[in-house]
Write a protein that binds this ligand. Structure first.
Ligand code: ADP
Length: 366
C-alpha cells in the first residue's frame, strides 16, 4: 500500500473529522498528516518533520510515555488488519494538553513482511475526559457520604442489638409470647441492617487506594473455588473452568467479582438440577470477555439491568438469602477496570453473565 496522489482521496482525507497520520518506522517521522490533524494539534507536517524524534515523542504526556512505547511495540508486532486503540494526552502547539483516542494499524510492509509504516486516526476526547473526571469526583463524594453515613449508623445499631439482647436476657420469663416475638423481630431486623451496612461499607471501599497489578485469573478463580468448596460439594455443583487470561487488574476486587458470580450461579440453582457452571474467556480486539454460564432459575427480561443496582433483589429472604449488593459490587469492580458487565438469561433455563476487561498493560494509568 502506498500514499498516492489522488485528488478525490486527498479531499476525503482532509474533510475527515478525524486527525489522520502515517508514521514511517524506518525514517522515524510522520510522512503524512491530514488537515484535521493540523487543525487539532496545531502542527503541520513540515513542523513535525523539523522536530527531532525526541522532541516529537516529548509531545506525549510523561505519564503515558511508557504506555506509548508499549503501544508502538504492539502495533509493530500486530497482524494484518488488526486495529489497536489507545487513549493518551498530546501537547498541542499552543502548549495545552489534548486527550486523544487513536486507532492504529500497520499500513505498509517491506518485501520481508516487516512493517515499515503504520497509519492512525484520532479524535479529540478532551471534553469527554473532563466530564468523566467531574463525574468521578462526584461519585467519590457520594461514596464518601455513603461511607460516613454507614459508618455512623453502626454505633446506634450496635446499641439496639445489645439492648435487645439484654432485654431478652432479663425479661425472658416475664414477656408473653407476642412480646418475645416482637423482640425477635427487632433482633432479626437489626442483624439484617448490620449486613446491609457492612455491604454498603464494602461497596464504598472497592478500589480505594488500590494498585493495578498483573493478575492471573486462573489462580484467582481456583482460590475462589477453594473458598467455595463446602457449598460446591453440598450442592453437587459441576464447575468447568476454561483457560483464563492474565490481565492488569485489582486482585482482591477481581476475586470478589468472581466469587459473587460463581456463588450466585450456585445459589440461584433450580431445585430440579445440580448446578452446572461454565467459566470461559474470549479475546476481543482490545479486551478480554469473560463469561459465567449457569443452568439456574434465570432472570426475567425486565430485571436484567435492575439487578446490578444496589440492594436490588428479586426474591424474599425465605426463598434465597442475601442483601442484593453482590451484583452492585460486581458492576463497580468491572467499571473500576474500565469494563462492562451484562447478563443474558432465559427463565428456568439459565443465565450467562458477561464482562469485559480492557487488555491493557499494567503501566496503563488513567
Ligand atoms: P443477592 O444475591 O444478595 O440477592 P445480588 O446483587 O448478588 O444479590 O443479586 C441480585 C439479584 O439478581 C438476586 O437476588 C437474584 O434475583 C438475581 N441473580 C443474581 N445472579 C443470578 C443468577 N446466576 N441466576 C439467577 N438470578 C440471579
Amino acid at each position: 500500500m502506498k500514499i498516492t496522489n489522488n485528488t478525490f482521496r486527498d479531499k476525503v482525507l482532509d474533510l475527515s473529522v478525524n486527525g489522520i497520520y502515517v508514521y514511517d518506522l524506518t525514517k522515524g517521522i510522520n510522512v503524512y498528516v491530514n488537515q484535521q490533524y493540523t487543525s487539532l494539534t496545531g502542527y503541520s507536517l513540515n513542523e513535525l518533520n523539523e522536530m527531532t524524534q525526541e522532541q516529537f515523542f516529548g509531545l506525549f504526556h510523561p505519564d503515558e510515555q511508557e504506555m506509548i512505547a508499549k503501544h508502538m511495540e504492539e502495533v509493530v508486532s500486530s497482524e494484518l488488519g488488526q486495529v489497536i486503540e489507545i487513549e493518551y494526552r498530546f501537547k498541542k502547539a499552543d502548549g495545552s494538553w489534548m486527550w486523544c483516542l487513536s486507532r492504529d494499524a500497520i499500513f505498509d510492509r517491506d518485501k520481508d513482511e516487516m512493517p515499515t509504516q503504520f497509519m492512525g486516526t484520532f479524535i479529540d476526547i478532551t471534553a469527554r475526559k473532563s466530564i468523566e473526571k467531574k463525574l468521578k469526583a462526584k461519585n467519590k463524594e457520594l461514596e464518601e457520604f455513603a461511607y460516613i453515613a454507614a459508618h455512623d449508623l453502626q454505633a446506634p445499631l450496635n446499641t439496639i442489638i445489645s439492648v435487645a439482647e439484654l432485654f431478652n436476657l432479663q425479661y425472658k420469663g416475664v414477656l408473653d409470647e407476642s412480646g418475645s416475638q416482637f423482640l425477635g423481630f427487632i433482633s432479626d431486623a437489626s442483624m439484617r441492617m448490620t449486613d446491609l451496612i457492612r455491604g454498603l461499607l464494602d461497596y464504598s471501599r472497592i478500589g480505594r487506594g488500590k494498585k493495578l497489578t498483573w493478575v492471573d485469573c486462573n489462580t484467582v478463580v481456583n482460590n475462589v473455588l477453594d473458598d467455595l468448596r463446602a457449598v460446591i460439594n453440598k450442592t453437587n455443583a459441576n464447575i468447568e473452568i476454561g483457560e483464563l487470561p492474565q490481565l492488569a487488574g485489582y486482585e482482591t476486587e477481581l476475586r470478589l467479582l468472581f466469587q459473587n458470580l460463581i456463588s450466585n450461579a450456585i445459589k440461584f440453582r433450580k431445585p430440579s438440577a445440580n448446578p452446572c457452571i461454565q467459566v470461559a474467556a474470549k479475546k476481543g480486539n482490545s479486551h478480554w470477555m469473560l463469561s459465567f454460564k449457569d443452568n439456574g432459575i434465570g432472570i426475567p427480561e425486565e430485571y436484567k439491568e435492575q439487578i446490578f443496582n444496589i440492594f436490588q433483589r428479586l426474591h424474599s429472604q425465605s426463598e434465597y438469602k442475601g442483601t442484593g449488593i453482590g451484583l452492585a459490587h460486581c458492576r463497580k469492580i468491572v467499571e473500576l477496570h474500565n469494563g462492562e458487565i451484562w447478563v443474558e438469561s432465559q427463565r428456568y433455563i439459565g443465565s450467562t453473565f458477561y464482562l469485559t476487561i480492557p487488555d491493557t498493560k499494567p503501566c496503563l494509568k488513567n
